[in-house]
Design a protein around this ligand. Structure first.
Ligand code: ZN
Length: 506
């Protein structure tokens, strides 16, 4: 793509690229902090990170950006759907957000979330919501302040928070997609619970030596197209993917010798994120065109490779023999169908990050249904545990025995990440919609997976999603790629079809 002839544009992009370079140094230090940093280096690392984030913030809010944007926004070549316009649009969005938040609010948020994460760890250990309550009250108050400062037009305060993770999305649109999905899933979970099919869980809880899991996971990530000459796979307590920049994408996973799915599906999930990062246009690094469209779109990529590919029967038609070889003799007498059923067990449980493909979305929707009234003021923080448990019982038929496995289980709220959760379920919906579109264009993907061919899907995602970066907001990208608006239907159909067959439902 040729850049428009405009000195202001050139200056703006140059400024932004340097800022991104600086931010990428912080990302690399952040990755190191989660993987290899010696304990005694923590204090130095905190100082390094604070210095870098201060420098990034200063560059992001420089008044010069405002001047350049004002010049460009009057120029018609930056007012359409072109790549250059997308860059300008996103610089404006980030700039507005950053400059509307006062230094005082930013500092207060950073101070309170650092302390409240400590309070959260203790509260969770003691299974005692009361000690965390005052912290959550502070965070909710600060996030409301943030929403007011950012602004939300005719929408809801929650929209301003959501926009930070899923630009352009609103609480109302999320609600419209979630409501029918929730009704369908609650029913599906109940029908599965009543099924006589009981997959054999012991298949996935036998002994899977970590060294063997490590090599198998790497083999699987390589097979789906993750490029190890432009990335790494390491271990971390909380798995993540960090796209440092072109040619450098870091994945992490964790191993449990007696629980096979954790490391492998974690690796495929993070490799899905990694493929997105590796597929971004490297010449556009640091600009919207070289950046993911949203967290939801990012999650659509990870979930697609984890669930639509990795947990499919076709994937294991190809991988069952390598797995039997790698983990011999554990899987010697296990059939493909029994293995496929075991890695797809559906069972209501308390912890979101351990939930299966069907119940997972209910965990996410529950959080959205609490967050929104918390921010609007319709729900008091003191009432969170009771409402959590009540809603959990309604959706999953279980009541958490204590808050550690209930409303205290996630780090998000203590870190000030309110508005983040919906992106997980949006990702699942986007994934189903993209997968259908890919299938329509490429033909039967199962047949390809069974032959170990994953490149056609990867290349399709690359062209249609990765290389487009953030040219479009998520809902527009969805429309451009699939011709459809956001809908729960493809995900619902996929889950009913897959689990209906697995559990013998008609
Ligand atoms: Zn993810």
């Amino acid at each position: 793509m040729s850049a428009p002839e405009s000195p202001a544009y050139t200056e703006l992009i140059g400024h932004l690229q340097k800022t991104s370079l600086l931010a990428s140094c912080a990302h690399l230090l952040g990755w190191d902090e989660q993987t290899y940093l010696p304990t005694q280096g923590a204090e130095l690392r905190a100082d390094q990170m604070a210095l870098l984030s201060g420098m990034v913030h200063e560059r992001t809010t420089s008044p010069r950006i405002g001047e350049l944007l004002s010049q460009l926004e009057n120029d018609s070549q930056f007012n359409n759907e072109s790549p250059a316009s997308a860059n300008v649009r996103e610089i404006r969005r980030t700039y507005e957000r950053a400059t509307r938040l006062s230094q005082k609010l930013v500092e207060e948020l950073s101070r309170v979330t650092t302390l409240s994460q400590q309070a959260w760890i203790e509260a969770r250990q003691k299974r005692d919501f009361a000690t965390f309550q005052p912290w959550l009250e502070k965070i909710v108050a600060l996030k409301r302040e943030e929403a007011t400062a950012v602004g939300y037009g005719d929408g809801l305060p929650y929209d301003a928070l959501l926009d930070d993770y899923e630009p352009g999305m609103t609480a109302t649109k999320v609600q419209e997609a979630f409501s029918p999905l929730r009704d369908e899933l609650v029913q599906l979970v109940q029908r599965i619970a009543g099924s006589t099919h009981k997959p054999d869980r012991s298949i996935i809880t036998s002994s899977y030596p970590v060294a063997a899991q490590r090599s198998f996971g790497r083999q699987a990530a390589e097979a789906i197209g993750f490029d190890f000459s432009a990335g790494r796979l390491d271990e971390a307590a909380h798995p993540f993917c960090s796209g440092i920049g072109p040619g450098d994408c870091r994945l992490t996973t964790r191993y449990d010798e007696n629980y096979f799915p954790q490391a492998l599906f974690g690796t495929l999930h993070e490799a899905g994120h990694g493929l997105y990062e590796q597929g971004l246009n490297r010449n556009a690094f640091g600009t919207a065109m070289g950046t993911a469209a949203s967290l939801g779109i990012h999650e659509s990529q990870s979930r697609m490779w984890e669930n639509f590919v990795g947990r499919s029967r076709a994937f294991w038609q190809h991988f069952i023999i390598p797995a039997q070889r790698t983990f011999a003799p554990v899987l010697d007498d296990v059939s493909l169908d029994d293995f496929y059923a075991a890695i797809n067990i559906v069972e209501p449980s308390f912890i979101r990050v351990e939930a299966d493909e069907v119940t997972y979305n209910l965990h996410v929707m529950l959080r959205f249904e609490l967050e929104q009234p918390l921010i609007s003021g319709d729900l008091q923080v003191a009432d969170v545990p009771a409402v959590w448990n009540e809603t959990f019982e309604k959706y999953l038929g279980l009541t958490p025995p204590d808050d550690a496995v209930g409303c205290l289980q996630d780090v998000h709220w203590s870190a000030g990440l309110i508005g983040y959760f919906p992106t997980y379920a949006l990702g699942n919906m986007y994934a189903a919609q993209f997968f259908n579109a890919a299938q329509q264009e490429l033909g039967d993907l199962s047949e390809m997976f069974a032959r170990g061919e994953f490149a056609p899907l990867k290349d399709w995602l690359r062209t249609n999603i990765h290389e487009r970066g953030h040219q479009f907001q998520a809902d527009r990208l969805l429309e451009v790629v699939t011709g459809e608006k956001l809908s729960h239907q493809p995900l619902t159909d996929h889950l009913k079809r897959k689990f209906g067959a697995l559990y013998g439902l008609d």
